[in-house]
Ligand binder design. Sequence first.
Ligand SMILES: [Zn+2]
Length: 511
Amino acid sequence: MTIAIAHCRAQLGIEAPAVAIETHLSNGLPAFNLVGMAETAVRESKERVRSALLNSGFEFPSNRITVSLAPGDLPKEGTRYDLAIALSILAASGQIPLAALSRFEAVAELALTGALRPVRGIMPAARACLLAQRFIVLAPAAQTEAQLVRQLRVLPAADLSALCQHLKGITPLEWAAAPAPATDRSHAGEADLSDVAGQFLARRALEVAAAGGHNLLLSGPPGTGKTMLASRLPSLLPPLEDEEAYEVAAIHSVAGAPRQEQDWQRAPYRSPHHTCSAPALVGGGSLPRPGEVSLAHRGVLFLDELPEFGRRVLDVLREPLETGRVSIARAARSVEFPARFQLVAAMNPCPCGFWGDPGNACRCTPEMVRHYRAKVSGPLLDRIDLQIEVTRERHWLRAANGEPPESSALVRSRTMAARQRQLSRQAKSNHELGAGELKHHAPMNEAAASFLARAFDHYRLNPRSYHRVVKLARTIADLAVEDVLREEHISEALSLRRLEISAAATVGNPR
Ligand SMILES: [Zn+2]
């Protein structure tokens, strides 16, 4: 009895569990059975494999063919098993050497002609393949993506017959050339903070956000540069570590939009439109794909016109904001995607946009303003440490007279040093500190404590706000390379929660 085993990879979230394709030929009426929780697209691969074999000049065995996809309890979807199934049948029927199959994994769809086609999710499969100490065989179009996994040997093959000639040792295929060593291009060609003149409060808010990992809300009339500011946050973040870069690349690979080599260490930036649906934001589909929150993993998610997003859409944001993950429940097996992003949200102060704008008259009634602001729920605002107003200022005048604005590289040198302080002190960012941890990691002197107490009485703020202000002050002190929080750190932290403070000061009267 001959059993041939070819190796492939399933796709489950951003994992790529091993799948062994075992083929057994037995006597009996000709039949082709596929077993092992194969979903529709996999069952259809029988037809593709049969045509591909015949059109590549091979024989399709006239025995009883049983192909088992193991482990049997793992759901298998998509067309990624085609090539491994074909190779397993060829080896079982003695048309290619059996021993060759143990050294590689094959992940590709087959065209009826026998040509190899690329599939989604190559990156996780390639990574797992390296750990299993095998090389990978795939379609030439998938080669660049697999090569992002350094040290992996990649064998691109145009079609089944060329691959089999190689495996039989007749005409060797060419291995993909090893990529050039990585250079840090995480910030090359990025939107730079030096383009933003004036806007001192907003620039400082970006710096504090980048240093402490805090979420940020920008409120202000149209045309004040909120989008321009948000798009500059990635330029203040450190380059991705290798492990983070793999994780990010795996998510984008599974989504069907592989990252380019030059983006490898770059923090992602995503800005979905406010008409985006809940599944588009957090992920979904019968074969679950990651949503915008996961595509922004280790980077920035920018939501412009926050109150315009659907209520349900904003509600589903809470899980990833709290846990850094999204889980998508499915009948077969639920799937998780990482979603640890920094949120930057922007909103107009009122429906027409000009509430509080000295240059334009607002046409909204107080009731309209209240209703508009109420769309952004308390639990969501609770996750946003920095809340500031962006005003229209004559920044072109300031830019003409004053110092040139600092560049992203200069600000980044401070934010990265502040991040390092946090990591060595508490092994996480200030944004992630729990209320109980603040006492220990954010000590303050007496003057700071009494100033904070007075401010809270004066503005009638709630206890949750207390912790947010202390967290912000912790980051501000880290930027100043100081261990103990002082009054000026507290005072600046309060100024970076201006929206909440002005809301508390004008209860019942938005004007
Ligand atoms: Zn208005």
